[in-house]
Design a protein around this ligand. Structure first.
Ligand code: PXP
Length: 246
């Protein structure tokens, strides 16, 4: 049964709409943890559109499970992460105009920069994960530079528009899992997963942790945050699909 990391970026998105002091992210993280979240994930974007610097320091102080900071490889953010010392960083590509993280990191092209940042993180006991497309090339490149964790991008699977496409995307994910498993990498998965599509990914034996945000935050509007997390945990455990989920 995979672990569940809950990404709380969009609770901050709501707060930033009014620049109000609420909803409080530390309270949100606590509710997720009370409901069984195994880690709390937040993405400090260069444009600070949702999570702010003060948030990550508050979360670092109060998260009692594991704090996973998503971040791009920009020197400013790397500096902040080194000071913050989260339990883990997940390196993602970032473009200012995108609505959300759109693709995986190109590890082949950026191997030297990634390896240099990873060395800085490892020195500080920060785990490093790379958010990559489910491709053999990218998984092997991650293995080659000695990164121990990959997060497979499930966006293409989540957005597949036909059964055939969905099957093909699942096959890609399974194959990437197998390559990563053979290299001894820890395999996480995330992006676009929701209450309807999470089960086939959750049931892949190598998947260690799912990172899910948007669907949980949306569903929480109807059932509350704790219940939304509990229901996703139940699905990750292989329970029935929740009908009418976000
Ligand atoms: N994993 C990574 C690396 C991401 O960038 C995101 C989006 O912030 C997620 C998981 C969660 O995606 P979603 O919000 O679609 O569940």
């Amino acid at each position: 049964m995979p672990l569940l990391g809950v990404n709380i970026d969009h609770i901050a998105t709501l707060r930033q709409q009014r620049r109000a002091p609420y909803p409080d992210l530390v309270l949100a993280a606590r509710a997720c943890e009370n409901a069984g979240a195994d880690s709390i994930v937040a993405h400090l974007r260069e444009d600070r559109r949702h999570i702010q610097d003060a948030d990550v320091f508050a979360l670092r102080k109060h998260v009692t499970t594991r704090f996973n900071l998503e971040m791009a490889l920009s020197s400013d953010i790397v500096r902040i992460a080194c000071r913050l010392k989260p339990d883990q960083v997940t390196l993602v590509p970032e473009r200012r105009q995108e609505l959300t993280t759109e693709g995986g990191l190109d590890v082949v092209r950026n191997a030297r920069r990634i390896a240099a940042a990873a060395r800085r993180f490892k020195k500080r006991n920060i785990g490093v994960s790379l958010f990559i497309e489910p491709s053999e090339l990218q998984v092997k490149a991650a293995g080659d530079i000695g990164i121990g964790i990959v997060e497979l991008h499930t966006g293409a699977y989540a957005e597949s528009s036909s059964l055939g496409q969905r099957r093909m995307r699942l096959k890609e994910l399974r194959e990437a899992c197998a390559v990563a498993g053979a290299l001894g990498l820890v395999v996480n998965a995330g992006h676009g997963l929701d209450y309807e599509n999470v089960c086939p990914v959750a049931s892949m034996a190598q998947v260690h942790e799912l990172n899910i945000g948007y669907a949980i935050v949306c569903h929480s509007l109807f059932v509350g945050l704790e219940q939304a997390v509990r229901q996703m945990k139940a699905l990750a455990k292989g329970s029935r699909r929740i009908r009418g989920g976000a």
